[in-house]
Design a protein around this ligand. Sequence first.
Ligand code: EPZ
Length: 432
Amino acid sequence: MIDLKEGVVEYLEIEGQKELKGAVRISGAKNAALPDMAAAILTDETVILENIPYLLDVSTMKNLLEHIGFRIEEKENSVLSFRLERVASLEAPYELVSKMRASILVLGPLLTRFGYAKVALPGGCSIGTRPVDLHLKALKKMGAKIKVEHGYIYAEAPRGLKGSYIHFSKKSVTGTENIMMAAVLAEGETIIDNAAREPEVVDLANMLKKMGADIKGEGTDTIVIKGVKRLKGTDHRIIPDRIEAGTFAVISALFDGNIIIEEYPYEYLGYVHALLEKMGVNVVKISQNQVVIKRSGRLKPVDIQTKEYPYFPTDLQAQFMTFLSVIEGSSKITENIFENRFMHVPELRRLGADITVSGRDAFIKGVKSLSGAQVKATDLRASAAMVIAGLIARGKTRIYDIYHLDRGYENLDSKLRLLGASVKRGFEEINS
Ligand code: EPZ
């Protein structure tokens, strides 16, 4: 990613309806890499993370850890080593947190290890207000003194955190991760009730256990952590990105499956596969971690409810909306997790989709095909939905605000070019 000079915007231009075939490899999961990087704060030894995806969000988290005092080295492609030799700061400044909400993940580790943290309150983002009240409530329960003012969270626990019973009124992925990291060095036992069950939470727990943490129940609704005195370094490989995998499953289904998807995390997408089957699409394993996607007949419309893992992930909602927009018949998508995650609808309508929104429901009437147009990426996953739309639309599609895509997908445009897609990046002077 390069910094654009004033008045220049970057776009992705796609010439639709090209034949796609070949192989694509799924990168490491963004939403595992971010908590796993934050977990390095919990030890003074070296942590090695493998299969790190090259993403804007990962570089933001790297900058934040370097600001805290980490020395971070690239050992080889996608392998980084982290060592907190000298603590330079216990603060996560606004200019970094405002770029990436997941910066909140340094709060738990800094507080439990050093007894103090000052973290800018993450702003909302386009998909919703994204509060962190559940994180703060839980840390207070563990004995932290928390003050929020002037846009910053001031957290103190000079005598360390106390293990406690924590009930999350709502399942929160980063909330569960923050508290799990706070609990591993707290005194005594912490029970996290109504914990998030995402594979990325389990990946973090696996990494923490390799560092010497005592954790049980990860991946279920109840996680039990017994605090230990200190944690060792470790070498951990990050799991593949199930959302990127789901995105390529949709692309491959639309081009009727001449694509082999490698490093495909089959076991994390059970519910998505069941839904695809109802749509007339089968995900066929051809080896331990390779799949091809095959249509089993005419594509059929379906209704989708986004829910917490293991159900249908909100992060695949926009991509499936693009898919359903060209399947004959009526479909409905209900977004139950975020309050404003339909910004891609007006953009899809510009491409000729027939979609209406009422509250949390989007009603989709399949059209024969989409027609290329200029559109905007509105959030990280919606940007992938625009790319999919561009791939199947007649003619040219230009997607602006493409930085959203670079936040969460590693080299998506080059992966698509390798499959035969006509995708190129361009720059446009915005007339002043
Ligand atoms: C994680 O966000 C992911 N990000 C999101 O992925 C993902 O969409 C989301 O989980 C849901 O699966 C990372 O893991 C870095 P939540 P997170 O806390 O943890 C409410 C992407 O595209 N809530 O599980 O911030 C919240 O408003 C991103 O990669 C509170 O009310 O989500 C939401 O409605 C987008 N108070 C619901 O809970 C809180 O303190 C679930 O949020 C925390 C959350």
